[in-house]
Design a protein around this ligand. Structure first.
Ligand SMILES: [Ca+2]
Ligand SMILES: [Ca+2]
Length: 345
């Protein structure tokens, strides 16, 4: 009995160090050692008495906890015997660093640690690395869930349900704190959380074609899809299909804007654009081709003199109905004359 109450006391104190984990989250190399230090200090302090669980479901002690603080890039799962994450958790455990994926059915997450099979709640917290750009978070829940990114509530579905939700979020490169709160009311219990690069919004390097696709023929509003269309000539024949059905781009009456920079030698270039239906070409902000109308595939050219260096190329395009074709290429047709050296210089 003494041994158990010792362990319990240690963990209760350890839990009061958890907020520091968040403060230290972005000083990752130091955070773990600080948490270990705090946990060790608390372990030396006098131990509280052994309490039973209150009828309200608010625990007076942590029945099960890991032997050392959960590392910040793992899910720290705090399990409460009530629906609102109140009081001390009954169980704290390391739920790993992968996607959260629990399906407890009618059972408790851990009956041995005294977690209920109904009327319990869980808070998972971890720090995770992200790249620059859009991500899609996918959550399945039975019952309620809330998702926080860096302490800010981004999704709130705190109700009895069996449902799945998605949240699209633009992330900056670096570490971010992700917190999922969850409760189980009655019946079956399940919760899942994963995220991945947003399937409709790619990060595109500036020397590749950044293809922005719109669900209307006028390039209006925000694009529904942004993708990396490579660094070669554009050569699209979409036929009767959508360029991105899963990103809500229609097969007809859609538009696209391709943007890139390209390094050029000095000279005159012939730009060739083939379109069904309309297209415009801009070089360094200046309109060189403007054939914005419904038409069968037609080819247009523009000869443009360019200085040596990077140039910005933008192609705008729309398809009305029927087939859809967009092709863009260029070739050097005349080198700029080399500068002659003056005699005596
Ligand atoms: Ca349920
Ligand atoms: Ca067409």
């Amino acid at each position: 009995m003494k041994r158990k109450s010792e362990r319990v006391g240690e963990r209760e104190k350890e839990s009061s160090a958890f907020p520091l984990r968040f403060l230290c989250a972005f000083a990752a190399p130091h955070a773990i050692s600080i948490r270990v230090l705090i946990a060790s200090l608390f372990a030396l302090m006098p131990l509280p008495a052994f309490h039973a669980q209150a009828p309200s479901g608010k625990s007076k002690f942590i029945q099960c906890a890991p032997s050392s603080p959960v590392v910040i890039n793992h899910w720290q799962g705090e399990y409460f015997n009530n629906r609102d994450l109140s009081g001390l958790p009954t169980m704290v455990r390391d739920d790993g660093e992968g996607a959260l994926d629990f399906d407890w059915g009618l059972k408790s997450p851990d009956a041995g640690c005294g977690v209920r099979q109904d009327d319990f709640s869980v808070r998972w917290t971890r720090v995770a690395p992200f790249g620059d750009g859009a991500y899609r978070f996918t959550i399945a829940a039975d019952d309620g869930v809330r998702l926080y990114i860096d302490g800010k509530r981004r999704l709130d579905q705190w109700r009895d349900q069996m449902a799945s939700h998605t949240l699209d979020a633009v992330m900056t490169a670096g570490n971010h704190e992700i917190t999922l709160e969850y409760y189980e009311g009655a019946g079956s219990a399940a919760v899942k959380l994963r995220w991945e690069r947003h399937p409709c919004f790619a990060n595109v390097p500036p020397d590749h074609w950044r293809g922005e696709y719109f669900d209307n023929p006028n390039l209006t509003g925000q694009p529904k899809m942004t993708r990396d269309d490579g660094e070669n000539a554009l050569d699209f024949d979409f036929g009767l299909k959508s360029p991105g059905e899963s990103c809500q781009i229609p097969a007809d009456d859609f538009s696209a804007r391709w943007t890139r920079t390209a390094p050029m030698a000095a000279g005159t270039y012939r730009f060739t654009v083939t379109a069904d239906d309309g297209a415009r070409l801009f070089i360094d902000g200046k309109k060189q081709i403007d054939e914005w109308r419904n038409q069968a595939p037609a080819t247009f050219v523009a000869d443009v003199a360019l200085t040596a260096g990077n140039h910005r190329i933008v192609v705008e395009y729309y398809d009305h109905t029927g087939g859809a074709v967009a092709k863009v290429d260029w070739q050097l047709i005349a080198r700029a004359p080399a500068l002659r050296q003056r005699p005596g210089k």
